[in-house]
Write a protein that binds this ligand. Sequence first.
Ligand SMILES: Cc1ncc(COP(=O)(O)O)c(C=O)c1O
Length: 510
Amino acid sequence: MNGIPRRYHAAVWDQPLIMEQGGPGRRGTVPPAPIETAVDALPEGVRRTTPLALPEVAEPDVLRHYLRLSQQTMGMIGISLFGTCTMKYNPRVGELLAARDQLAEIHPHQDDASVQGLLEIVHEFDLMLRELSGMGRFIFQAGGGAAAAYVHACVTRAYHESRGELERRRDVITTAQAHPCNPATAAAAGFNVITLPVERDGYPSLDALRAVVGDRTAALMINNPDDMGIYNPHIKEWVDVVHEAGGLCFYDHANFNGVMGRIRAAELGFDACMFMLHKTFGAPKGGGGPAVGAYGCTPELEPFLPGPLVVRTDAGYERRENAGGVGRVREFLGNLPQVVKAYAWTLAMGADGIREAADISVLANNYMETRLLAIPGVTKSFDHLTARRLEMTRYSLGEYTEETGVTAVDIQNRMTDYGVDAFWLSHEPWIVPEPFTPEAGEGWSKEDIDYWIDVLAHVMEEGRADPELVRSAPHNQVVAQIDTASLDDPARWATTWRAYRRKNEREVTA
Ligand SMILES: Cc1ncc(COP(=O)(O)O)c(C=O)c1O
């Protein structure tokens, strides 16, 4: 790198919540008065008797508020080599498309005839994902990858119940390096979870799988490559073993970036898979709610899908309930603006572009790997394996931590002081000591990747020279270190204004 990393300091605004701003009568826009006849047509029981509890804020206040928030969060255009998430750049044109009146003004209760264009996009995008996976149908109701895994757990339950085998088939098998949402959603759906430990090759052996598969097996839930970037080459045999025992196989395709257009889940024998539109298809990040986990399955499992399904008829497109399905996992058809963004990304890329993006993400990762392993103190997980990692590699700072006392979390905190986004370590369990897993993806330039690596190298040197500087980081961010215990305490977090008020009031009266 030329010189030290760029100087950076976040703007600190101590910004109040938008709900706490403004005052009576302040306005940004004044909507036209309601049409009296339309109001009269509303049944008495559905008319509001009190005004909506919305903040009354003038346009400059609104602009200033969101500009300030973006200044506190690197404007969402920091270098975001997000770990174990196969993130990519979110093209801004997607936002323009989603903000168009034709989409933004649509109401989910409009009749099918008035939303034919949108239903066509949902159907066409479903066809594209079928092409990429070989599955029979996709739905977009789940609000993230974990929610799509939950759809699978519910579909598994319904499938075995329909065959009179649910009481016996209690086990869902996964591996220690599958994403935790796989065991978690299986458990939430009432299954017993069997987690196979990782062995010498970086994944559990086929023998370990055979030892736990049997007539109690309900499903295998797995991602491949796993979150260390290791591809299990025996995956087809795994699927065969589970199928022979009567279980279903679910492919968590969160790590799809390196294999897009190169492998198809159905050809490996899987019964179902999920894609994250916010990780692979250019829609913005946002697991667990504001995103989309696209869930696809073979025709055999289609009767169990949550409805409504979008179907094409001679008369056009329609939403149709799925009578035997597992019921809604979310309202309506899901977050359709994200589907439109992902559809636009897929159309713009085309089949060749998608394959090329997969190749570039693998190339970028391997370029990054070569440079990272040249930094003293960085080692690679399972470094005896000679096969190249795909779109990501898990590294370890274990030796460095022993040398300096500075941990991977400390290094991550300090890197944000140079304008680099967190989080790029690893989810639990930490099989590798002090793990980290940056993902170069296909969306980042060589300069960005180099900057990230240079910052890491610089911060590791800082940690050798002045461990306390790194341990007490971040110093240039909006907030310094926070006590993350609050994240595990539902009494202290709130995802809506109403919940925030309710919880704070409880604190006051407690
Ligand atoms: C392999 C894998 N599966 C599932 C998930 C969960 O996805 P989401 O965050 O959209 O719920 C992740 C998220 O990081 C992941 O890496």
